[in-house]
Design a protein around this ligand. Structure first.
Ligand SMILES: [Zn+2]
Length: 103
C-alpha cells in the first residue's frame, strides 16, 4: 500500500512535474489529470478533484513495503540510536534490491 509523501505523491493537474520515490529513489510512474479523491479524508467526503498522481513502480514489492515501514518508523521514533539502526536496515534492503542502473 503506497503511502503519501513516501512513495505516492499528488500535484496540480498537468503540472508536468516529476517525482522520485523517497525510499528507493526510482522515478515515479505518473498519471496525469486524474479525477478523484486526493486522500483518505477527501475520499470519505466524496470530494473529487483533478490532480496528477505519482506512484513508485516498486510500491507493490514486499521489500518496498518493508522499506516503507522502516522509513515511517524512522520518522516516528524520538530515539536517534534506534533511527540509526533502522536506517542501516533500510539501506540493506535498498542495497539488496536496487541493482538496476539509475538513469
Ligand atoms: Zn520506491
Amino acid at each position: 500500500m503506497a503511502q503519501k509523501g513516501y512513495d505516492f505523491f499528488i500535484s496540480e493537474p498537468n503540472s508536468g512535474e516529476e517525482k522520485t520515490c523517497r525510499l528507493c529513489n526510482s522515478r515515479c510512474k505518473s498519471t496525469r489529470n486524474v479525477f478523484g479523491p486526493t486522500g483518505f479524508v477527501s475520499a470519505m467526503a466524496n470530494k473529487f478533484t483533478y490532480h496528477d498522481e505519482f506512484v513508485c513502480p516498486d510500491t507493490d514489492e514486499p521489500w518496498h513495503e518493508k522499506a516503507l515501514q522502516l522509513a515511517i518508523a524512522i520518522d516516528d521514533t524520538p530515539s536517534k540510536r534506534l533511527a540509526d539502526l533502522m536506517r542501516a536496515d533500510l539501506q540493506d534492503i535498498l542495497d539488496e534490491h536496487l541493482r538496476r542502473p539509475q538513469p
